[in-house]
Design a protein around this ligand. Structure first.
Ligand code: MLT
Length: 301
């Protein structure tokens, strides 16, 4: 028998309904642009324009198209937005220094420009750093948060040196070697072998990102603050997700975050590395759907 998962009043998703869409091309959804603070932000805006929207924030060095599988499913239930962080995809790089604080402010400029007072925010990795920063800046504007494949720790001295060496290598040799190294760390072994389309997509994404943006963001990531003590102050509904084989932000790291955020839910996504929303979109979407149901987070107010 099919098991129905309630989403919100009158809406159900059947357990065996496909929760994955096939990635066939870019431009599946319309790209929009809006002036937000000092930059033109490029974004996707789909679904019902009622209730509390969900804003997806991509990881490094990706862009909004990495959320295609989620947009396709969640647009049936809520307003879904995915935007390109400053300098990524088609959003302007601007002229200011990059930092996670800056990216957090950018999120609010984006929300202000669209007159969005409150949103559910879902961030993967760097997107999770931005989401945490945003909750610290204006907690009243984030109604729930999904922290995927991310962490609250700052870079160690060793990690900072590694990032600086990466910048030097990119400046000397370009993005080719950097892309190949990144792919090996981002995906699980099984995804590398079996998810060729997703791997090619991320390879293409990295190679088409401005080197200047990658280098500036590497500096921003190296300079980010530790947010672990702040987790204890979070009171909004929180879902933490992590790929079972994530080597960058491991399930142990996710478990520690879960222990610090009262009432948080931790879901380990099997058959996935660091890009769990892409490597196992079905399980990722299912966990997110369950989180967004009325008893937990009513995405439609
Ligand atoms: C990401 O996926 O956003 C990065 O792994 C974040 C980081 O390098 O700290």
């Amino acid at each position: 028998m099919k098991k129905a998962i309630p989403l919100r009043d009158g809406f159900f998703v059947f357990e065996n309904k496909p929760l994955i869409i096939k990635k066939n091309s870019t431009m599946k959804f319309k790209e929009n642009q809006i002036l937000a603070g000092d930059i033109q932000v490029t974004y996707i805006d789909e679904g019902k324009h009622e209730g509390i929207p969900i804003i997806f924030i991509h990881g490094f060095p990706f862009n909004k198209w990495s959320w295609e599988n989620q947009i396709d499913v969640f647009k049936e239930h809520a307003r879904v937005l995915a935007y390109d962080v400053r300098g990524f995809g088609n959003t302007n790089p601007g002229t200011v220094e990059y930092s996670i604080d800056r990216f957090g402010q950018d999120l609010f400029h984006f929300m202000d420009a669209l007159q969005i007072e409150k949103a559910v925010v879902c961030g993967l990795s760097m997107g999770g750093y931005i989401a945490l920063n945003a909750i610290e800046q204006q907690p009243e504007r984030i109604s729930a948060v999904i922290l995927a494949d991310t962490q609250c720790l700052a870079d160690t001295e060793e990690a900072k040196v590694k990032r600086m060496n990466t910048i030097a290598a990119i400046q000397e040799k370009g993005l080719q070697e950097y892309t190949q190294d990144s792919i090996q760390k981002l995906f699980s072994e099984s995804s590398l072998a079996n998810k060729k389309e997703e791997v090619l997509f991320i390879e293409h994404t990295i190679q088409h990102t401005r080197s200047e943006t990658i280098c500036q963001t590497l500096k921003a990531l190296a300079g980010r603050r530790e947010m672990c003590p702040f987790l204890e102050l979070i009171t909004i509904p929180t879902l933490i997700m992590v790929g079972q084989n994530d080597q960058i932000t491991t399930p142990e790291v996710a478990q520690k975050m879960h222990e610090r955020i009262a009432g948080s839910i931790l879901t380990v996504i099997d058959n996935a590395g660091h890009i769990s929303n892409l490597e196992n979109a079905g399980s990722f979407n299912l966990a997110l759907l369950q989180f967004l149901k009325p008893e937990v987070v009513n995405v439609v107010a």
